[in-house]
Each structure stands twice: as structure tokens, then as C-alpha cells.
Design a protein around this ligand. Sequence first.
Ligand code: FES
Length: 315
Amino acid sequence: MLHVIDRIVEHGAAVKEFHLRRADDAPLAPWRAGSHIVLRFADAQGRDHERHYSLVGAPGQAQAYRIAVQREEGGRGGSRSLHDEFAAGGEVEVDGPFDSFPLAPAGEGARTLLVGGGIGITPLISLAHAAQAQGRAFTLHHLVRSAGRRVLQDELALLPAAALAWHVSSEAGRADLDRLLGPYGEGDVCHACGPAPLLQALAEAAARQGWPAKALHVESFGARARQGDAPLTVELTLSQMTVEVAPGTSILEALIAADVFVSYECRRGECGSCYAQVLEGEPLHRDVCLTPSMRAQGMCTCVSWAARERLVLEL
Ligand code: FES
């Protein structure tokens, strides 16, 4: 559905908030806490982009969908294009909203912890609003590298100050995740969103603190290209094909483009649907869902990369 950018609000140098309304001015579908929309647009070079963004604010009926876009220097350039090439009045295709990260129920008197790393705070704000509407106590932890990287302050100011906890690593060092979570109590739930290393560290701390995996709900950032990623040659034994993958494109995207039969769902390293057995090569795991034994035999092709140029997959 075609949408128009109504307004752009800057949050510091790296984050812009886009307000989107339908191009035909029809009312927007109401949305639920933790929902996201999918944006499709072309950049100035004509390259197509598809990006998923959590909705900002209190869930429900809205006059405009609001998304917060952090300018990423790596990757395929989708966020840079939105930052540099789009202004109010610009048009993008929008699918959704999708109810992808709903607030999980907590036990009677149990804790609801919400943990956001950097711009990952976005879906947790709407989850905090939902918890508040249910009369449920919660703590929203925002982990940032420096005070200057705090975002959506106006949104956070709408929540009870006593429910907010800040962790600024340049001032206080890395957050102690074991302490943040504490020992698991029956019915406790934790929702977390942020970069994969934070979510992996949180999952490890949760395991140490006796949290069952089902009590931890995570949403990771999408594409995870990193500086230093070298081009890959991926050989597929079952399809008897070789696919070249450039950094900034995921292995999964390259396989789909080459018409390889693959299954996938989240494309964010969260569901394991794109898991492939690795026969040769050295995967660099960037998922947040595989167990160590699964990682020993395979990888999520949607987000993971490889340390050496050649990778052989059983696909
Ligand atoms: S598609 Fe979900 S982990 Fe890759």
C-alpha cells in the first residue's frame, strides 16, 4: 500500500523518525504492541530495499505510523537512502502492521522485564504502554553506548519514571546482565530487542540465572553485515550450484536470487527456518536462535557469514 511521508523528526545525528500516512488518506489499520511494518522503496541508484521497522508509540489507532530509522554505515544502504534521499512528501510502499512481538503474559506477581539496546528500545516502548494499560508492573531497561545515543526521549517521558532504568556503558561500563535479569522466578518474562551480540549475552546470562528459554522473548536487528566481511563463494551440494555472495547481501538473499529452493521466515536469525548444514567452511554465527550443537553442524543463512571465502552447504 502506498504511503506518504508526512513528517520527519530528527533524534540526534543518527536517528530520524518518519511519520507515514496512507497516500489515499484512508484510516490506518490499528496496531498492537510490538508490531512492525515492512517498508519497500528504491534508492537514488534504483536499487530496491525492503526494511522492517517496529512502530513507535502507544499501540492502537494512529493518524500516522511512526518508525525510527538509525543511519547504518554498513549494509546495503537502505537506512542511508531513507536518511539522505527522502523528505516529507516522499512515497514508500508499506505492508502490515504485523503483530510480530506481542507482550507475553506474566504470572501473578511475576516480573516483566523489557530490555532495549540502542534503537532496539523502539518495540519495547509499545510493550511498556501495553503493560501499563494492563496495570502490570514492568521495568524498561535502555542500554546505550553513550548519553548522546539516547533516543525517543519524548516517548520514554510518557512512561512512569520509576519503571525506567538507564545503562550508559561509556559511563558505567557494560551493563551487568546477570544482575539486570536476576534469578528466574516462576512466571517472569523478559522481552529484549537490540543487536545480536547483546541478545546472545542476555540469553547466556538468562541461562546462568535459571531462566527457561521460553521466558525470554527476543527481536533482533535485521541485516548484520559487518565491516571486514569478505565476499563468499557458496557451493551447494544438492543443487550442484555455486553462488557468489557480496558483503551487504545475506547468503539467504543470494540463494533466493539464484532460485535455490530454501525455506525461511523471519530473515533475522530468530526462527531457524533457514538453517543449512555446513559441510565445509567456518561459519560466523550471527543468529540468536541456534543451540551450540546446531551451530556445530550448520548455520542460519539469513544473517550469518563465514570466516573464509569458501563455504559448502548441504542445500
Ligand atoms: S529465516 Fe529465521 S533464522 Fe533465518
